[in-house]
Design a protein around this ligand. Structure first.
Ligand SMILES: [Zn+2]
Length: 169
C-alpha cells in the first residue's frame, strides 16, 4: 500500500510514495520516497561541503562569514562533477585569493549535531602563493590562528572534532 509522504516531486509535483517497484515485500521504511510519474527518487543523503584547513608556519587560517558570530574553515559546495579536493582549492582561491595544495583528506564530519544534513569533508592544505584578499560579500574577517589559541565554538560544532583529529593525525 502506498504511503503518503506529504512531500512532492520537485520535478513534476506528484506526491512522493514509498512503494516497491517490483511489488516486492521489502518493509516500507526501507524504501526511498519516489515519484511514480517521472521516476524521481528522493534520497536523504547529506550534501557534501568541501572545507580547507590552510596551514602556514604552524598557524591555520579561519574566516568569519558576514553576519556570523564564529570563525569557520573556508568551505563551500562542490560544483557538478567536481572532486572535494578541487572544490576546496577553488573555494580557497575564490574566498581568500590564496593558492593552496591539498596534502590529504583529514576526514568527513556529519553536521547532524547542528541540525543540518551536511557532511563536511575536510582537506588539509598548504599555502603555495597569493595574498590574503577576502571576498567581502561573503566574509567579514580572516585571521591566522596558532593551534593552541583557536577561537571558541559552540559545543555542537564539528570543528572540535576536526581540530582534535588534525592535532593528533
Ligand atoms: Zn515526478
Amino acid at each position: 500500500m502506498p504511503l503518503q509522504e506529504g512531500r512532492y516531486c520537485p520535478y513534476c509535483g506528484e506526491a512522493l510514495r514509498r512503494e516497491a517497484a517490483d511489488g516486492g515485500d521489502l518493509p516500507l521504511e526501507s524504501l526511498k520516497p519516489a515519484c511514480a510519474a517521472c521516476g524521481y527518487i528522493h534520497l536523504d543523503a547529506p550534501t557534501p561541503v568541501a572545507a580547507a584547513i590552510i596551514e602556514r608556519e604552524g598557524q591555520v587560517l579561519l574566516v568569519r562569514p558576514q553576519g556570523a558570530e564564529h570563525f569557520a574553515l573556508v568551505a563551500g559546495y562542490p560544483e557538478a562533477f567536481e572532486s572535494i579536493e578541487d572544490a576546496a582549492v577553488r573555494e580557497v582561491r575564490e574566498e581568500t585569493g590564496l593558492e593552496v595544495r591539498v596534502e590529504r583528506v583529514l576526514g568527513s564530519y556529519s553536521c547532524e549535531p547542528m541540525g543540518r544534513n551536511l557532511v563536511l569533508v575536510v582537506c588539509v592544505t598548504t599555502l603555495e602563493a597569493g595574498e590574503l584578499t577576502l571576498q567581502a560579500e561573503e566574509l567579514a574577517e580572516g585571521r591566522w590562528f596558532a593551534l593552541d589559541s583557536l577561537p571558541e565554538w559552540p559545543e555542537e560544532a564539528p570543528l572540535h572534532e576536526v581540530f582534535r583529529d588534525y592535532r593528533t593525525g
